[in-house]
Write a protein that binds this ligand. Structure first.
Ligand SMILES: [Zn+2]
Length: 364
């Protein structure tokens, strides 16, 4: 069985400006690194070309008027917010990114690949049904999830561990019990949402789970969150597929977030997600790239880590250059772990009416 890697050189075309954090070098450095490591010709890895998403697929998530606005703005150039300009040709790029996520999802759902990683841009998790925001235009993850449900998947778990709260994805599935949305993110940080008491509404109550963490949070705290929140919820929810919104701005070198996760720690999280999915959904894991702005210092290593973990390759040699150690020390806050543990306890108590796994929670 193989790990599918969805990539297309067209993902490098989109650009708001050469100095914008979400720029084409985010992927070009990674591609160079993967080529150097020989991953494109590794027997366990298969390059999967994307198709553009259709308007029908995108409109399962987004309002038709918003897509018409994007289409018009893509002809003339346009504006959503100060971080999210609409350059000419944007809609084509956004549809290819959403199509890339769909292609990754379908390759796993049909058994063509054991698991997959969609190395797409522009990212998607801040995009809501009726608007883009925060560098995002079309919500690639949500479009993929709806396509998989169209193909017969009943329940999907979304793990969003981008440093920023996935507010767009949350809003799309907020009342939907068929999708368990679980976000770990830095707080305070853009967009400001994602408190523990945001747990969904109506039939979706209990199916949105937010774990805000303070700046300086590192690997150990992420492992704790994985074992005490993510794993028990995932086992009880029993999804058909695990989808990861793979935001890599949790890396300690990221210039626009303040967390302290290492590439090895990141890969370990993906390894745990793979092992978890083997227990609950035949190993079906699909990762879709979200943020990550440490173009040279972080992204090539974390992307490599994701691929190595998905493909079951050794993580032994996966580490950043030794000269980064000082940066890691400066980014880490030793007091963050205790605060994370308290948040986890409180959250388990808050979720205990909705989830059996937390019914004996001490925070209840
Ligand atoms: Zn982010």
């Amino acid at each position: 069985m193989t790990t599918g890697l969805v990539f297309d050189r067209e993902f490098l075309l989109h650009e708001q400006s050469p100095t914008h954090p979400e720029r084409r070098e985010r992927l070009s450095y990674t591609i160079d690194q993967l080529r150097e490591e020989g991953l494109f010709c590794h027997p366990r890895i298969r390059l999967v070309p994307p198709d553009r998403a259709t308007r029908e697929q995108v409109e399962r998530v987004h309002h038709s008027e918003y897509i018409s606005f994007l289409s018009e703005a893509s002809r003339t150039g346009g504006f959503i917010d100060f971080d999210t300009l609409v350059p000419k040709g944007l809609l084509d790029s956004a549809l290819l990114a959403a199509g890339g996520a769909i292609r990754a999802g379908i390759s796993v759902w049909t058994g063509e690949c054991a698991n997959a990683f969609a190395l797409v841009r522009p990212p998607g998790h801040h995009a809501r049904a009726g608007t883009g925001a925060g560098f995002c235009y079309v919500n690639n993850m949500a479009v993929m999830v709806r396509q998989l449900q169209h193909e017969g998947a009943k329940k999907i778990l979304i793990l969003d561990w981008d440093a920023h709260h996935g507010d767009g994805t949350q809003s799309i599935f907020y009342e939907d019990p068929s999708v368990l949305f679980l976000s770990v993110h830095q707080r305070p940080l853009y967009p400001g949402s994602g408190d523990i008491d945001e747990i969904g509404e109506g039939a979706g109550r209990g199916y949105t789970v937010n774990v805000p963490v303070p700046p300086g949070t590192g690997d150990e705290s992420y492992y704790h969150i994985f074992e005490s929140v993510i794993a028990p919820l995932a086992e009880e929810f029993a999804p058909d597929l695990v989808a990861i919104s793979a935001g890599q701005d949790v890396h300690f070198t990221d210039p626009i977030a303040g967390l302290a996760v290492t590439a090895r720690g990141y890969a370990e999280m993906v390894s745990r997600a793979v092992a978890l999915s083997e227990r609950i959904c035949h190993g079906r894991v699909v990762a879709v790239l979200e943020g990550g702005y440490s173009v040279e210092g972080g992204l090539p290593y974390t992307n490599l880590g994701i691929i190595a973990a998905l493909a079951g390759l050794s993580l032994e040699n996966l580490r950043e250059p030794a000269m980064y150690q000082d940066l890691l020390l400066r980014a880490s806050d030793p007091s963050a772990h205790e605060r994370v543990c308290r948040t986890v306890e409180k959250l388990q108590g808050l979720l205990s009416p909705h989830w059996e796994c937390f019914s004996e929670s001490p925070g209840r």
